[in-house]
Design a protein around this ligand. Structure first.
Ligand code: SF4
Length: 374
């Protein structure tokens, strides 16, 4: 019997009660009535486009999903349960912010099968938080994490941001100490990017010195050396706590996406939803020119550049099974092995950890080594 196709699924909840200075994500100010309308439309979108595949990872991200009221969250969970075919041992994540989540909302999540919570902590340093225009109350963060563990929501990710203007190694070390004390199962780290049109960019904020950024990255790696550093910026307490949903992205697997601004991948198609809430509420879900039909060559290019973000890199057996062709028919990767930029071991090709900081340039080098490249 053929195996059922398993898909990931991402659902975007774009509402935030406060807008952070660096934010380039798709978000709108929270308004209760607008959220209700949005959830109705989300329900219609899922009903119209979901084909019934088994969903083995579900990720509700934002925005700030925990900004929804308890009733709105309940409605969201009922939309999911009525429409989607969820696998029994699904990885089911909800993104939360410490300032908007509470024990009742966590109880509700647990009741509806959520088994992984991803918290945007970012920093506990007041100056950092002021620059980011974020709120994080240390005491509440500790209480909420303890409560999650108490009710069995043990799989917890913390997002941490670094390279914030004015930040020093000492400040970062205090953030890292706090993260370690909370003892999460997973940590995602982000070096601050100053995106166009954000408040940071409008205020002409400058990046920190590149050497300091590098030193911070190394400090993070050292601090979490007892974790599994399985992707450039991600750490899991044990291998089974790796984010299965994010691995879908890095392993170039298929995933549905629903909701404003979200991006999905099905078959040969990568698609991007509109970022206009009015268009979305009118049922016009996709971004103009937001549908990309991939050629085989493009699929392979995505495969290579996404896989190489991870410790496991490109699995040559998987590659051959998927593309009925060997990797060296497409890229002369052995040349990069000779240059010590890539390693081949146990039929996996990967970038060594000491080069992850410059992984983008290694990937660009590999793409230049395209066989018969046009
Ligand atoms: S909470 Fe997240 S999505 Fe909302 S403004 Fe801040 S960074 Fe952006």
């Amino acid at each position: 019997m053929p195996r059922e196709r398993e898909f990931g699924c991402y659902i975007h909840i774009p509402f935030c009660k406060k807008i952070c200075s660096y934010c380039d994500f798709c978000k709108v100010f929270y308004e209760e009535g607008l959220v209700d309308e949005y959830l109705d439309e989300l329900d219609r979108e899922i009903k119209n486009s979901y084909n019934g595949e088994v969903i083995d990872t579900l990720y509700i991200g934002g925005g700030t999903p925990s900004a929804l009221t308890k009733n709105q969250l309940g409605y969201l969970f009922s939309i999911i349960e009525q429409n989607l075919n969820l696998k029994k041992d699904i990885e089911y994540t909800v993104e939360c912010n410490f300032d908007s989540v509470d024990k009742d909302k966590l109880d509700l999540m647990k009741k509806h099968g959520v088994n992984r919570i991803s918290f945007g902590l970012e920093s506990i340093n007041n100056e950092n938080l002021e620059k980011l225009d974020r709120l994080t109350d240390k005491k509440k963060a500790k209480e909420i994490v303890a409560y999650c563990k108490k009710i069995g929501l043990k799989n917890i990710n913390l997002d941490l941001m670094y390279a914030i203007p004015g930040e020093t190694i000492e400040v970062l070390k205090k953030d890292l100490k706090f993260v370690k004390e909370l003892d999460p199962t997973h940590i995602s780290t982000y070096s601050l990017i100053i995106e166009e049109h954000t408040r940071l960019s409008i205020n002409k904020t400058h990046y920190i010195d590149e050497n300091l950024d590098r030193e911070m990255y190394d400090t993070i790696i050292n601090t979490f050396k007892d974790y599994d550093h399985y992707e450039i910026s991600n750490f899991a307490k044990k291998k089974n706590y790796r984010s299965k949903h994010n691995l879908k992205y890095w392993n170039n697997k298929e995933y549905y996406a629903y909701g404003l601004g979200s991006a999905g991948y099905e078959g040969k198609v990568r698609y991007q939803h509109t970022k206009s809430i009015n268009k979305y509420l009118d049922g016009d879900y996709m971004m103009e020119n937001g549908i990309e039909i991939l050629s085989d060559k493009e699929k392979i290019e995505y495969e290579v550049l996404l896989n190489l973000r991870t410790k496991d890199g490109i699995d040559l057996r998987e590659f051959e099974k998927k593309y009925k062709s060997r990797l060296d028919n497409h890229y002369n990767y052995k040349k990069l092995i000779d240059e010590n930029l890539l390693i081949e071991e146990d039929r996996h090709v990967f970038i060594p950890e000491n080069l992850w900081y410059i992984s983008n340039s290694v990937i660009v080098r590999l793409l230049e080594e395209e066989v018969n490249g046009e």
